[in-house]
Write a protein that binds this ligand. Structure first.
Ligand SMILES: NC(=O)c1ccc[n+]([C@@H]2O[C@H](COP(=O)([O-])OP(=O)(O)OC[C@H]3O[C@@H](n4cnc5c(N)ncnc54)[C@H](O)[C@@H]3O)[C@@H](O)[C@H]2O)c1
Length: 253
């Protein structure tokens, strides 16, 4: 069995935006590895659907908005109260409000930055004292291939680019405490987020994939599991693109 899939029975994994899509696949992956799960989502129905399909795992579900400092503080306290430690934080919660720059409202700018960037900042800040006292921990931030640039997504790309910078800065700041901070950058993935796009937008996304198809949510979960494993001990501050080659450059069409 490859090391990245070795059991994590003593590990506590906190996942945000866990209720559906990529977050749910990450949750299933860590459940299969035997980890104890703290699953956070702003939508309790998403969490309910997920947990009814996760058998055997020890689970704490937390309904919270990651962009709210008070709620984040409370949820981290609840995880510590139940499990006594945190080994892995996956900052996965994210939203899109796509538009060309002239049509991005101030509200759509703020919401995207608040959830995607401030939410991850708040979660990193809230778990840090625990990870520091343990002298161990892994943080994996879900960014996007779009952090490199994308038309019609200036709010989203700015949030994900900011999250890459946060990843690199915290990797430096936390390294002395044996805390690793990395990012996974998905390309187009078949999830409720992309299923909500128009047929035309989905077709465009697929056309831009060198593989000619979208990735699976499980492709992202596998990369996260690797970065959270002991095998990734000397990897920190990195962005692992899981995008079917999309970040390599333009396709000639
Ligand atoms: N699907 C893709 O093609 C793709 C590509 C690149 C990056 N990503 C990133 O992957 C992550 C997951 O994407 P997905 O496709 O699974 O999205 P999704 O919309 O299918 O699921 C996101 C989950 O996050 C939850 N959520 C939203 N706002 C929240 C908040 N404020 N607090 C807590 N939970 C919240 C939602 O309720 C939902 O359950 C996001 O960060 C997204 O930006 C996705």
């Amino acid at each position: 069995m490859p090391a990245a899939t070795q059991a994590m029975t003593d590990s506590v994994v906190l996942i945000t935006g866990a209720g559906q899509g990529i977050g749910a696949a990450i949750s299933r992956r860590f459940a299969d590895l035997g980890a104890k799960l703290a699953l956070v989502d702003v939508n309790p129905e998403h969490l309910q659907q997920l947990t009814s399909s996760l058998s055997g795992a020890e689970i704490l579900t937390l309904s919270a908005d990651v962009s709210n400092k008070e709620q984040v503080g409370l949820l981290v306290a609840q995880v510590i109260e139940k499990f006594g430690r945190i080994d892995v934080l996956v900052n996965n919660a994210g939203i899109i409000r796509d538009n060309l720059i002239s049509n991005i409202s101030e509200q759509d700018w703020d919401q995207v930055l608040d959830v995607n960037l401030k939410g991850a900042f708040l979660c990193c800040q809230a778990v840090f004292p625990t990870l520091k006292s343990q002298r161990s921990g892994k943080i994996v931030n879900i960014v996007s291939r779009a952090w490199l640039g994308s038309i019609g997504q200036a709010n989203y790309t700015s949030s994900k680019g900011g999250l890459v910078s946060l990843t690199r800065s915290l990797a430096l700041e936390f390294a002395r405490f044996q805390i690793n901070v990395n990012a996974v950058a998905p390309g187009a993935i078949d999830s409720p987020m992309t299923q909500g796009l128009t047929d035309q937008a989905r077709e465009r996304l697929i056309r831009m994939q060198p593989t000619g198809k979208m990735g699976k949510v499980e492709d992202i979960a596998a990369a996260v599991a690797f970065l959270a494993s002991d095998e990734a001990e000397f990897i920190t501050g990195q962005v692992l693109h899981v995008d079917g080659g999309k970040s390599c450059g333009l396709l000639s069409l």
